[in-house]
Every structure is written in structure tokens, then in C-alpha cells.
Write a protein that binds this ligand. Structure first.
Ligand SMILES: [Zn+2]
Length: 175
């Protein structure tokens, strides 16, 4: 009986250990996801259209303004975070052996920051389009890009057809 109890206890201990490992793994995975998550913004409630509602009416414009501004803020916070992180790390005077790895880490962070800056610029362009009334219409053919596509890609300037056509052309001509 005592042996059995011991075995159960050991098994429970093992299970706890296993659970801890899984949690650690999940956290690490989550971090990676959030790092590559800059290109999308999901922190909003999908817009519910009323029947016969006019496309890009003031309510829809406000909806997309909130999305674009929220996304921009998220990206700007991230840029700040990167700068602070690099300042902190650089102040630690690492061992020369660590320097190479630190430099490649910095190079990666700088690339990320550069990408975020470009994205912020695109968001600003979209906000300007919202003001001028061009937002939500394809810049190539003029059709409505559509609420759902804009929610998935708030900086989209082309309808899915023109975008697809462009991508095919780019592939063919290596533009
Ligand atoms: Zn189009």
C-alpha cells in the first residue's frame, strides 16, 4: 500500500513537472507570436453593417480611424520598447564574447524597428485617405475594397482582384 502511494506521489510530481515545462514552452511561443504580430491588428470588434448602409459612412470612417490609430499606438509603443531595451543592454558592457551575439540581436531589432516605421508611415497615409474620403476604395480600379478586407488589412489600398493581378505581374516580370 505504501509503495503504491509513493508511486502515485511520484507520478503526480512528474505531472507537475511536465505541466511546468508545457507552460514555459507556451509562454515562449506566445512571445514569438506577438513579435511577428505587428503586421496585423486584432484589438477591435468587427463592424456590423446595417442593411442598406452606405459604404464608408461616418460611422464606418470612425470605426477604421479607431483601428488605424490603435494600431499605430501599438507600433509606436513597440518602437519605444526596442529603443529602451537596446539602451539597457548596451549599458551593461557585455563580455567581448557576448558582443557578437549582442550585435546580431541589435541588427535584428533594428530591422524590426525599420519595418515598424514603414508600417506607421503606411498607417499615416491611410489616415490621410480617411480624411480626404479616398479610404476604402481601390486606388487602381476604384471599387469598394470592403469592410472585411479592410479589417484584415487596414492599410490596403487595392481591392483583392487588383492586388492579386499585381502580384502575378510582379512574379512574371520580377518587378
Ligand atoms: Zn481594384
Amino acid at each position: 500500500m505504501a509503495v503504491k502511494k509513493k508511486a502515485v506521489k511520484a507520478a503526480a510530481k512528474k505531472a507537475v513537472k511536465k505541466k511546468a515545462a508545457v507552460t514555459k514552452k507556451a509562454v515562449a511561443k506566445k512571445k514569438v507570436v506577438s513579435a511577428s504580430d505587428d503586421s496585423t491588428y486584432t484589438n477591435f470588434t468587427p463592424y456590423k453593417e446595417k442593411k442598406g448602409e452606405e459604404y464608408m459612412n461616418p460611422k464606418q470612417v470612425e470605426h477604421f480611424r479607431a483601428i488605424l490609430e490603435g494600431w499605430k499606438k501599438q507600433l509606436m509603443d513597440k518602437v519605444d520598447e526596442t529603443v529602451h531595451h537596446m539602451q539597457d543592454e548596451a549599458a551593461n558592457f557585455p563580455d567581448p564574447n557576448d558582443r557578437a551575439s549582442q550585435e546580431s540581436e541589435f541588427a535584428m531589432e533594428l530591422r524590426t524597428r525599420d519595418r515598424e516605421r514603414k508600417l506607421i508611415k503606411k498607417i499615416d497615409e491611410s489616415l490621410a485617405n480617411l480624411d480626404s474620403g479616398d479610404y476604402g476604395f481601390c486606388e487602381s480600379c476604384g471599387v469598394e475594397i470592403g469592410i472585411r478586407r479592410l479589417e484584415a488589412r487596414p492599410t490596403a489600398t487595392q481591392c483583392i482582384d487588383c492586388k492579386t493581378l499585381n502580384e502575378i505581374r510582379e512574379k512574371q516580370f520580377g518587378k
